[in-house]
Design a protein around this ligand. Structure first.
Ligand SMILES: *[C@@H]1O[C@H](CO)[C@@H](O)[C@H](O)[C@H]1NC(C)=O
Ligand SMILES: *[C@@H]1O[C@H](CO)[C@@H](O)[C@H](O)[C@H]1NC(C)=O
Ligand SMILES: *[C@@H]1O[C@H](CO)[C@@H](O)[C@H](O)[C@H]1NC(C)=O
Ligand SMILES: *[C@@H]1O[C@H](CO)[C@@H](O)[C@H](O)[C@H]1NC(C)=O
Ligand SMILES: *[C@@H]1O[C@H](CO)[C@@H](O)[C@H](O)[C@H]1NC(C)=O
Ligand SMILES: *[C@@H]1O[C@H](CO)[C@@H](O)[C@H](O)[C@H]1NC(C)=O
Ligand SMILES: *[C@@H]1O[C@H](CO)[C@@H](O)[C@H](O)[C@H]1NC(C)=O
Length: 479
């Protein structure tokens, strides 16, 4: 993500710790997904999701006293990274009542704001589990990943995201002697922003150097960041959507220190071991303002639709290297190809090396993508397998303008790459959103993984520009 800021719950004790608390049982909500071998031949996996550790109540082991509350560590109890990791406990989660997270069949629904007995929770981040103690690992080279999404209630400024990161499969237990919570309690998050708001990294707490966020009363940042490769299959709201690949020099989870982390918490955004911006495909940004949005666009975000993402390799096998990321959408039984970029100097409807180079040149980017290894490095992470994340978040740093408005704010919106969606530059203030849209949510369902073209109807794909689609007209004419 461009700015992956934790939206921490403002429980009296928000949390995170590396030991395990025993006050609230941890029951992962069940969910299914399917592995397909060909069309109409899919097997269903009974799985579950786990809430990220940063959202959990973090308290002193064996006591109700907080280790961390709001955005502050209790330094009178522990004040070093080792000490806090050993003496603070992560608590189980009441998914529905405290965090607004629910599942049903193959669906995961994440609510934006949840008021509960102890305060208010904002946003969440969950992981697909393979077992009670290990994350599901997805290996998607020469495969496609398909899901259905409902973003109809996600306004400007919010982000409903489904993406992959190269986290440790056990949440980092094997790496850190002080981590006994692990994947079961959602530890080990990392991404290409090298986020420094993560409270435990590689078995260590992140209390040393912890500073409160200047804008967000519920978040802070420590001296350590948690880096790994990130493949943002889907970041979206009802106004804009983007597909982004972010390589890192080392694809797996590494810990960085201070400004060398780069990303949003450091003085130089581009100084880290990963590419925080990535190579991205947002149809609006690359020239098509009429493709996506509510309700008078080709892909109507006021209704659910299915998103297909294909990871093509150089040799057409899962042993090959990622060369191309393709995208299709299915809505009302009609399959649309990703529209083509139509800017002077940028064309094509897939992410490949040529596209990424042309995009960086035209948009005058910092060239982080190539510098950190490009698609080949993303491919390395994919070959090892990545963890599936679903989240809903708001953005205290840039109000999500990088996704759905004109960004950077001071630039001319007509300059190539600046316009990303139709949202106002004044939209996306989290404080306002929490008041105006507390009932916002995102719902993901029907996840399917299989060989290329095995999980959707790939016959008679609409490519654009195309003649007017009668199916769409019929629906638009309804009262
Ligand atoms: C369906 O997939 C299973 C493997 O999951 C395979 O054994 C079987 O042959 C497939 N059936 C058809 C009709 O393709
Ligand atoms: C960390 O643990 C993972 C398994 O979760 C393992 O693959 C990796 O090699 C370990 N790394 C280090 C530095 O110990
Ligand atoms: C990938 O390589 C391994 C080891 O060389 C081989 O056993 C396997 O059959 C290959 N898989 C594919 C899909 O080519
Ligand atoms: C967040 O706070 C920093 C430091 O005070 C400020 O520079 C920045 O503009 C603020 N960002 C937003 C979106 O309010
Ligand atoms: C998948 O289907 C598309 C048409 O939707 C076609 O262009 C492509 O060649 C197919 N790929 C494979 C590997 O069959
Ligand atoms: C759809 O995908 C199948 C399986 O890859 C392929 O055989 C077929 O040619 C594709 N259809 C079209 C129209 O490309
Ligand atoms: C955008 O896509 C629509 C349909 O998706 C198409 O009709 C239109 O020509 C495209 N516009 C541009 C500028 O490419």
């Amino acid at each position: 993500m461009f700015c992956n800021i934790l939206i921490v719950s403002s429980l009296l004790a928000v949390v995170h710790a590396q030991q395990v608390g025993t006050f609230q049982p941890e029951n992962h909500p069940p969910v299914t997904w399917q592995r397909c071998t060909s069309k109409d031949n899919c097997t269903t996996n009974q799985r579950s999701i786990a809430l990220d550790a940063n959202w959990r109540w973090l308290h002193q082991t064996g006591s109700y006293s907080n280790c961390y509350s709001g955005n502050t560590w209790d330094t009178s109890y522990c004040n070093t990274n080792i000490d806090c990791a050993q003496r603070c406990a992560l608590e189980g989660a009441d998914y529905q009542n405290t965090y607004g997270i629910s599942t049903s069949g193959s669906q995961v629904r994440l609510n934006y704001v949840t008021d509960h007995a102890n305060g208010r929770n904002v946003g969440s981040r969950v992981y697909m589990m393979e077992s009670d103690t290990h994350y599901e690992i997805y290996k998607l080279l020469n495969q496609e990943f398909t899901f259905t999404v409902d973003v109809s209630e996600l306004p400007c400024g919010l982000n409903g995201a489904l993406y992959l990161v190269a986290m440790d499969v056990d949440g980092g237990i094997a790496n850190g002697t002080s981590n006994s919570a692990g994947a079961r309690y959602g530890t080990g998050y990392c991404d290409a922003q090298c986020p420094r708001d993560v409270k435990f990294i590689k078995g260590l707490a992140n209390i040393e150097g912890w500073q409160l966020s200047p804008n967000n009363s519920m978040s802070g940042a420590g001296n350590h960041g948690s880096c790994c490769a990130e493949l943002d299959i889907w970041e979206s709201n009802s106004m804009a959507q983007v597909l982004t690949a972010h390589p890192c020099d080392t694809p797996t989870n590494t810990m960085c220190t201070g400004d060398a982390c780069g990303g949003p918490h450091s003085s130089n955004r581009d100084a880290g071991p990963c590419d925080p911006n990535g190579c991205d495909f947002n149809p609006y940004r690359v020239g098509n303002a009429s493709f996506y949005g509510p309700p008078n666009k080709i892909l109507d975000s006021s209704l659910p639709f299915t998103v297909v993402t294909q990871f093509i390799t150089n040799d057409g096998t899962s042993n090959g290297t990622l060369t191309e990321i393709r995208r299709f959408y299915v809505q009302r039984g009609i399959t649309d190809a990703q529209p083509s970029a139509s800017l002077n100097g940028l064309s094509g409807n897939t992410i490949n090396s040529e596209f990424c180079i042309a995009e960086n040149t035209l948009f005058q980017g910092p060239d982080n993508f190539a510098r950190h290894g490009g698609l080949a490095k993303v491919s390395e992470a994919m070959a090892q397998g990545m963890v599936l994340v679903m989240s809903i978040w708001d953005d205290w740093f840039t109000h999500m303008l990088w996704l759905d408005s004109a960004f950077p704010p001071q630039e001319d919106a007509k300059k190539p790459g600046v316009g990303r969606g139709e949202c106002s530059r004044l939209s996306g203030d989290p404080q306002q959103l929490q008041t105006s849209n507390p009932n916002a949510y995102v719902a993901f369902s029907d996840i399917k993984v299989g060989p290329i073209n095995s999980t959707f109807n790939n016959e008679s794909v609409q490519t654009w520009p195309a003649s007017i689609n009668p199916g769409i007209l019929v629906v638009l004419q309804l009262p």
